[in-house]
Every structure is written in structure tokens, then in C-alpha cells.
Design a protein around this ligand. Structure first.
Ligand code: AMP
Length: 287
């Protein structure tokens, strides 16, 4: 595995791969890798000749008072895991490499951002689309891989690629979970022992709420979720049922929906979701 931290080096490498006719899969991450990230790598490995992973904790997507400074980092461990998973090139730029000067242009996500995390983290998705625009320009991947755990991010990034004509296919990959259902997340390390035993309730309550939606509608589903979460120490940041991927309030004719929640524990804010269709009454995990 090659580890590069400058845009000059990685661009040269990519030029060589392209000359050889190799296809490139890209897995952008903020590091502190877990099985969720590694599943994206294995999907890329089966689709593309070369897999490039970036590890970059992007300051632009953290708001004031959020956890940018204490976001978990362990580059040595990440290098080992990335290599074992089959990453060909690990791109680890520092902040000055990607943002060498005050930008004279900014990228703003104007759709699908006034709900869920977009509403509770103002500016977050502008930071996401800005860094991805830069990374897509540098890496020019054939396919880019994103986790469905961040379903709103997938929806916004599809909008970015479509609106700005990035020639990369956006591929979403199902959420990887712990045995008890908790979605794997770099931030899970910040749960106390008690919070860790409580956190699986989020997924269980989302599952039951999606079933309740089918028979009793939105209010009953959301009330169920709130009731289940009332037994845990975390506070609900949001719980919403929307169309997917448009993220609009559903009408009766809408069949593809998302139920998504964010819950704030003392040191970690966790998100999770289920995408489901009202037609087949089965949960579906992909786009
Ligand atoms: P992050 O490092 O948290 O920014 O995540 C990098 C990529 O991994 C994003 O596309 C995430 O959606 C994806 N990801 C994170 N956790 C999971 C998970 N549990 N299952 C699948 N994908 C995930």
C-alpha cells in the first residue's frame, strides 16, 4: 500500500494508473477505521482495479463547539487496517494541503439539507460538499463509495455529483452493525459503558417504528420511538420520517421512505436510519 500526503504525489500516481487503463474506486473517510469503512473498501476492490482511501478530518464540516478537536484519531492503526483490507493508496493530506489558502470560491449544498443533520448542524453539508469537490477533482475516481448510515450525506453527494457534473458514480453501501444492532461508528468509543448498553435501542426503536408506520402512520411511529428512547440517558436530537432520497415530508403516494434519528449522549452524538418501502413492507438497505 502506498501512503501519500501531498496532492502533487497522488495526482502523479493517478495519472500513471489512468495511463495503464486502470479504474479507480474512492473511499473518503475521516479515519479511526472500523468494519463499516472496510466494507466500502471491499466493495471498491471488487468493482475497480485500484482503491484509494482518504483519511482527512475535515474542519469545514464541524460547527463551533462540535468535536473536531477530539474526533478520534489513530493513524498507525488505520494504516494497518487499510492495508489488510486491500487499499492500494492511502491519501492522508493535512489541512494546509487541501486548503492552502482562504478559498475564493465556496460550494454550498442547497437541496436536501434543511432537515435531519442539515437542520441540526448548520453548515455541515457545505463543508462536506466542499471537501468532496476538492477530493473528486484531485482523485478523479470512476466510482466513489459512501455508507448508507449517513443516508442524508449520500443524498446530498448524489446531488453534488449531478449538479457539478463530477464524472464519478456515487455508490452507497449498507450500514454495518455491531451484533446488537448498533451502527458501527468511530464515535462509539466515546460512549460510557452504560451508554453502550443503551445505544442499541436506537436501531431497535427505528425498526419497530418503521413497522408501526405501515399500520398506524407517522405520528404513532414517532411517538413509539420517543417512548423507547425515554428509557436511555441520551437525548433525541431529531427523529423524522421523510421520502428518500428527496427528504421531503411524505404524502400517501410516496412509497420509499427513511426514518432517521440522531441521539446525543454525553460525549457522542449518534445517528442511524432505516430506508424502507411501504409497497413491499421490507426494509431495504441500498439506494
Ligand atoms: P466517516 O469516517 O465517519 O466520515 O465515514 C466514512 C464513510 O464510511 C462514510 O461514507 C460513512 O457513511 C461510511 N460509514 C461509516 N460508518 C459506517 C457503517 N457503520 N456502515 C457503513 N458505512 C459506514
Amino acid at each position: 500500500m502506498n501512503i501519500v500526503s501531498t496532492t502533487r504525489e497522488i495526482k502523479k500516481m493517478i495519472k500513471d494508473y489512468k495511463k495503464q487503463g486502470k479504474t479507480i474506486g474512492f473511499v473518503p473517510t475521516m479515519g479511526f477505521l472500523h468494519e463499516g469503512h472496510l466494507t466500502l473498501v471491499s466493495k471498491s476492490g471488487s468493482d475497480c482495479d485500484i482503491t484509494i482511501m482518504s483519511i482527512f478530518v475535515n474542519p469545514l464540516q464541524f460547527g463551533p463547539g462540535e468535536d473536531y478537536d477530539r474526533y478520534p484519531r489513530d493513524i498507525e492503526r488505520d494504516i494497518e487496517l487499510a492495508e489488510k483490507a486491500g487499499v492500494d493508496v492511502l491519501f492522508t493530506p493535512d489541512v494546509n494541503e487541501l486548503y492552502p489558502a482562504e478559498p475564493s470560491v465556496s460550494v454550498k449544498a442547497v437541496e436536501r439539507t434543511d432537515v435531519l443533520c442539515g437542520a441540526s448542524r448548520p453548515g455541515h453539508f457545505d463543508g462536506v460538499v466542499t471537501v468532496l469537490s476538492i477530493l473528486f477533482n484531485i482523485i478523479d475516481p470512476d466510482k466513489s463509495y459512501f455508507g448508507q448510515k449517513d443516508a442524508q450525506q449520500v443524498a446530498v453527494v448524489k446531488g453534488l455529483a449531478g449538479s457539478l457534473h463530477f464524472p464519478t458514480e456515487i455508490i452507497s453501501v449498507e450500514t454495518i452493525r455491531e451484533q446488537d444492532g448498533l451502527a458501527k461508528s468511530s464515535r462509539n468509543v466515546y460512549l460510557s459503558d452504560q451508554e453502550r448498553t443503551e445505544a442499541p435501542v436506537i436501531y431497535q426503536a427505528l425498526k419497530t417504528a418503521s413497522e408501526i408506520y405501515m399500520t398506524d402512520g407517522s405520528n404513532a411511529a414517532i411517538e413509539h420511538f420517543k417512548h423507547e428512547l425515554s428509557t436511555v440517558s441520551g437525548d433525541i436530537d431529531y427523529i423524522e420520517i421523510l421520502t428518500y432520497p428527496e427528504l421531503q415530508v411524505p404524502s400517501e403516494s410516496d412509497t420509499r421512505l427513511i426514518i432517521a434519528a440522531a441521539v446525543r449522549f454525553e460525549r457522542a452524538r449518534l445517528i442511524d436510519n432505516i430506508i424502507f418501502t411501504t409497497e413491499e413492507e421490507t426494509a431495504c438497505s441500498d439506494q
